[in-house]
Ligand binder design. Sequence first.
Ligand code: ARG
Length: 465
Amino acid sequence: MSSEPKPWAGRFTEATDAFVEAFTASVDFDKRLAPYDIRGSIAHASMLKRIGVLNEEECETITDGLEQILAEIERGEFSWSVKLEDVHMNIEARLTERIGEAGKKLHTGRSRNDQVATDVRLYLRHEIDRITGEILRFQQALLDLAEREADTIMPGFTHLQVAQPVTFGHHLLAWCEMLARDYERLLDCRKRVNVMPLGAAALAGTTFPLDRFYTAELLGFDRPAANSLDAVSDRDFAIEFTACASLIMMHLSRFSEELILWTSAQFGFIDLPDAFCTGSSIMPQKKNPDVPELVRGKSGRVFGHLMSLLILMKSQPLAYNKDNQEDKEPLFDTVDTLRNCLRAFADMMPHVRPNRDGMYKSAQKGYATATDLADYLVRKGVPFRDAHEIVGKAVRLGIETGRDLSQLSLTELQQLSVTIGPDVFEILTLEGSVSARKHFGGTAPEQVRAAVKRARQRLEEVAKT
Ligand code: ARG
């Protein structure tokens, strides 16, 4: 027999195979649930006291013992044993070692099945709150930059070809909108995370008259889970979180890609702070955008975790199955990756230095005001399809003679359409183009400033809740 008897060894006559012991153990990774496990156990003990299963003294001894164990863990003095399989049995065994008989009573009316599901939910709720905090910090930085760059003109792209001029502030606010939806999704997910499995015991509930509403209240859960079978086996809350995380990582990968393009000499739109870049060991001139590149790369592992969790749950019969132990590593890594990537962006954003001149010059190339000229012709009574044709010819003339639309002469333009007058040059400028798009949601500097204001109000309201 192994030196540390298993809490469940009663019906066994043989010791666990050493390889199987290591193969089935989860303590190496689930020990990070320890603070939540201890919090859950303290609440469970208080409830057991309330319903008369534990006496006052037993409850107090258990609570003190668990708090001391938490301190041991925090000081790094706790010795974790693979023989005790997981975080739950490690802590329980240590409790009995410290306080004796009372420790053996803690597990009354409880199973590791409802215990682990409760721990993971407490953990995830805490992490969601940290992650939403990082999103807000990132949005704040974007709004500050968007406000400063409300008048900055850059080329807007479709198909990565210059399409129409936009303001840099407007572009940054597009990112901000994506993050606002990400934030809402996480808050919505949190509602389904914040439901308490404890009391479901192994699968069918327990013969003790547990007050699950009381335990739920102590742990800050909105309510106890309504069905014991579902409570111990549901992991869709973790899948839902990972789906939310995947969407955020997808957004971050898009932001990353743009930052990487913009820092290149070919674009030259922005400069990233040295503190967020690295050099090359061979090419002395290099300053590489490592942080966005890594974030772009890390999106892949989070999408992978989403697939892992979906496949993990697929076809599992009710109720708890050991398969579920495999939920932790993908979930933990999703949380860490997402939080770190958001943090990197939130820290980096305030130091992004836009190259206004570079953006402006780039917007001057590529006939970005062609649509403005077509709209001008429509206002003069030309049907849009004809206007499109006329402007196409003007662009061809520009390409052939190496000039922008605003550099064509009035006579040349009038040869294409007699309706064109000298007022055309106002709308052919980049400034005219962006400031004309001044409806709600448009790129005009005044709209950017209004959108920043609205977004700031939204953030303030969110911060209050
Ligand atoms: N370590 C286990 C897990 O993560 C705890 C629950 C074990 N329950 C059981 N009946 N073996 O899922």
